[in-house]
Design a protein around this ligand. Structure first.
Ligand code: AGP
Length: 610
């Protein structure tokens, strides 16, 4: 996700004001930044790659004049991290300038039509297509031209638009991506998020999907895309600046846990067309090459390694491709045998983890094709891979990985389905059923938060325990591992994840009422009954059992101490839902213990050392 800001009626130093505002949104994205203003009926633009301060040193935003302008800090989703691809973007004549957060799903078709009409493009981005589409519809009224352009666009957008020909108007529009309007005194604002404008006003108008606003220094009018004016209420924000950056959440981790429904939506967006998974633009491998993959080897660390284990289930169960998962740190030193028929997948949120990067280089040396699943465009792992499938989770600030993990699982699932389509390991009906259930996930994830108070109560009961055991079978075993990692890394309680069946080969010796046992046990057709037996084994030894179970499962409720329900979905997809209660449990236990949740001791967000 990116951060956008806009000001109309500015009487202070416009460049400094916009710079200050986009810096407040840097947590939303920081691989490039830019500012645009209108001065003496000319569009001015300064932009470059790098964090905001680095860009400012290069371009000196303070020199930008005028009383209307836009700012942007980028989290690249479409188009590499380059100066040309950084925002703002303009039309051919540089009379319209725009900033955008979101993904335009039909940008390729629109770009083709515009090029055929003679439009010249400077970048690879979907955003620039919007600028030319507005230009193509411009007939003296920037609001009308924008409305016509938006009717042709499919996908998510939060847009700020200014025009050299109508320098008194700032146009704003949104669909899916957040955008607010700040109501000032003889000046008005737009922003992706409250922190950017909180120092100027606490009066906010929330734009809804498919709405467009015209801001001047004294007036704000909101319309639907049919041109009907819409009355909007003005809300008063009661946050302080620090809270605002976390959107009112106490910690980035909690904010990012709650961002997961949107992160899943943005990760799925644009990758399902005509009810089939479509990754051909991103996977620059021919169908033949993809069909001939003999083996998949996945390398990763920490949470990303847990995602890799879940991916192994997906690839082998659905795409019927032999898959091996390795700790990146082990892989690189154990003289692995890799061939050109192998696909090496490197999973990394940061794209900078030294062990994962080294493992990728080792496999590349031996001729494997390299595909990475990464959350940061322009990162080392991104740049050194042959193919990259991005998670569109947006910047993950909390050290404990949450939304990156669930979006990694969704990307693995999409890749599995795409390979299954190519290799015909599943019939069309099955594929469409899997896609339909994948599409349900974001909304189902929203429902998981209905249990948040219940989970808080559990945290208050068990926060002072010294040990915990997390158990799961099949694809829920990696989820158990992830739940254990979350607890230990932010609350410092010793927690272990184990395959549930493995408990009787050792860990059962530890069972007592002092060690809560958390089972990840969504109802499935594979091992559910066996998990019930494992729960009985724990209860027979006086253990305490908390279970993550499927809504409506009354049987399991009778034999455990606590149940946290999740909505019903297919086997692998339920495991993506099941991890969120475990993230929340770890968060509230750590909070109760007074831990520094966003910056846990001894840990760092990116481990760039061996
Ligand atoms: C997860 O909560 C931890 N922060 C850590 O295990 C992390 O997953 C690991 O360091 C890998 O990071 P990456 O995904 O950025 O490569």
């Amino acid at each position: 996700m990116c951060g956008i800001v806009g000001i109309v009626g500015c009487k202070e130093k416009l460049g400094d004001m916009l710079l200050d505002s986009i810096k407040k949104l840097e947590y939303r994205g920081y691989d490039s930044a830019g500012i645009t203003t209108v001065s003496e009926n000319k569009i001015l633009i300064r932009k470059d790659v790098g964090k905001i301060d680095e860009v400012n040193k290069k371009v000196n935003f303070s020199e930008l004049k005028g009383n209307i302008g836009l700012g942007h800090t980028r989290w690249a989703t479409c188009g590499r991290v380059t100066k040309e691809n950084s925002h703002p973007h303009t039309d051919c004549k540089e009379e319209i300038s725009i900033v955008h957060n979101g993904i335009i799903e039909n940008h390729s078709e629109l770009k083709k039509e515009l090029i055929e009409k003679g439009h010249k493009f400077q970048s690879e981005t979907d955003t620039e297509v919007i600028a030319h589409l507005i230009e193509d519809n411009y007939d003296g009224d920037i609001k009308e031209a924008t409305t016509k352009a938006l009717k042709k666009i499919e996908g998510s957008y939060a847009l700020g638009i200014i025009s050299a020909k109508e320098p008194e108007k700032l146009i704003a529009a949104r669909n899916e991506s957040p955008l607010i309007i700040g109501v000032g005194k003889n000046e008005n604002f737009i922003a992706s998020d409250v922190p950017a404008i909180l120092s100027h006003t606490k009066k906010i108008i929330y734009l809804d999907n498919k709405e467009l606003a015209v801001l001047t220094q004294d007036n704000i009018t909101v319309f639907d895309l049919n041109g009907n004016e819409i009355k909007k209420e003005i809300n008063e924000i009661d946050w302080n600046a620090e809270m605002a950056e976390k959107q009112g959440y106490t910690h980035f981790m909690l904010k990012e846990i709650h961002e997961q429904p949107r992160a899943l939506t943005e990760t799925i967006n644009g990758r399902i067309k005509n009810n089939r998974v479509d990754l051909k633009e991103e996977l620059n491998l021919s169908s033949k090459e993809l069909s001939e993959i003999k083996r998949i080897v996945i390398v990763a660390c920490g949470t990303s390694w847990h995602a890799a284990l879940a991916g192994e289930f997906m690839f082998e169960e659905l795409a019927k491709i032999s898959t091996e998962v390795e700790y990146a740190s082990e892989f690189r030193y154990r003289h692995p045998i890799i061939s050109k028929d192998d696909l090496l997948i490197a999973i990394s949120q940061s794209g900078e983890t030294a062990d994962t990067l080294a493992a990728l280089r080792e496999a590349k040396k031996q001729g494997a094709k390299i595909l990475s699943i990464c959350n940061v465009k322009g990162s080392s792992i991104d740049r050194e891979s042959d193919i990259v499938l991005y998670t569109h989770a947006g910047p993950e600030i909390g050290v404990a990985s949450t939304k990156a993990f669930t979006t990694q699982l969704v990307v693995l699932y999409l890749l599995t389905l795409y390979l299954s389509q190519l290799r015909k390991t599943l019939d069309d009906n099955t594929i469409q059923d899997l896609i339909a259930n994948l599409r349900k996930l974001p909304l189902q994830l929203e429902k998981v938060f209905n249990n948040e108070e219940e989970i808080k109560k559990l945290a208050n009961i068990y926060y002072n325990k010294s040990n915990a055991l997390y158990l799961g079978r099949g694809v829920n075993y990696p989820i158990a591992l992830e739940g254990a990692l979350k607890l230990k890394e932010i609350s410092y309680i010793h927690a272990e994840g184990y395959p549930a069946a493995e408990m009787k080969h050792g860990p059962i010796a530890l069972i007592d009422k002092e060690m809560p046992v958390i089972f990840v046990a969504p109802k499935d057709i594979y091992t559910y009954k066996k998990v019930l037996s494992n729960i009985e084994e724990v209860k027979a030894r006086g253990g305490i059992v908390i279970v993550i179970a499927t809504e409506g499962d009354e049987e399991i409720k009778k034999i455990v101490d606590h149940v946290i329900y999740i909505p019903k979905n297919l086997y692998t997809l339920s495991s993506i839902l099941a991890v969120v209660p475990l993230q929340l449990l770890a968060y509230y236990i750590a909070k109760k213990r007074g831990c520094d949740i966003d910056r846990p001791k001894n840990l760092s967000k990116v481990v760039t050392v061996e």
